[in-house]
Design a protein around this ligand. Structure first.
Ligand code: TMP
Length: 205
């Protein structure tokens, strides 16, 4: 039985999720909480190997293959790591989960959202986040923040693709319980303050 809390950080590439996730984990550890940080695609040895394939630049990965690889990674990660940690009463902080697949493969690539929802339910064994924080930023920051970064296969997508994903995230925010928009244009400390406020309002601590 699930006793822990499942918190998912979502949003487009370069929105600052990883920085915020690490800050949140350190904060929770300082509060004496039993917390793990994990990510998708990846999070376990098998799922990290799937990540290597799906993100490799230049590799021919068709949209349906891409979807199934993300879902394969999720199935492994959820069963091997997320569910056991939640059963042990831990707080699980996960960078990306089902919403990313809807945003990228659904709104971005145009795969039917009903198919994605079904696969998400299968891969997650109906494990649903207690809280989803969606970090959205202006497109100009995507370019600025990425100047010195190496582009993976998904980051090479163009502005129109990013716009579709943004629309997707906004629509999902409106229809997903316990999902909140965070303005990722703000500075790191201001964003973290908002994250902590939501964590406390949701009785995570
Ligand atoms: P990351 O850079 O945030 O670790 O994520 C890797 C990339 O994979 C990122 O561009 C988003 C993308 N992605 C999807 O397209 N679908 C998914 O289901 C997930 C979890 C990530």
């Amino acid at each position: 039985m699930k006793k822990g809390k499942f918190i998912v950080l979502e949003g487009p590439d370069r929105c600052g999720k990883s920085t915020q996730a690490k800050m949140l984990v350190n904060y929770l550890i300082a509060q004496g909480k039993d917390v793990i940080l994990t990510r998708e695609p990846g999070g376990t040895e098998t799922a990290e190997q799937i990540r290597q394939i799906v993100l490799q630049p230049g590799l021919d990965v068709r949209p349906m293959t891409e979807l199934l690889l993300y879902e394969a990674s999720r199935a492994q990660h959820t069963q091997e790591k997320i569910i056991p940690a939640l059963e042990e009463g831990k707080i699980v902080i996960c960078e990306r989960y089902t919403m990313s697949t809807c945003a990228y493969q659904g709104y971005g690539r145009g795969i039917d959202l009903k198919i994605i929802d079904t696969l998400n339910q299968i891969a997650t064994l109906n494990t649903v986040p207690d809280l989803t924080l969606v970090f959205l930023m202006s497109d100009k920051y995507f370019v600025e923040r990425g100047e010195y970064l190496f582009d993976d296969r998904l980051e090479q997508e163009d502005r129109a693709f990013r716009q579709k994903m943004r629309t997707g995230y906004l629509e999902m925010l409106a229809s997903t319980p316990n999902a909140y928009l965070i303005d990722a244009d703000k500075n790191i400390q201001a964003v973290q303050a908002e994250v902590r406020k939501l964590i406390s309002e949701h009785h995570i601590i």
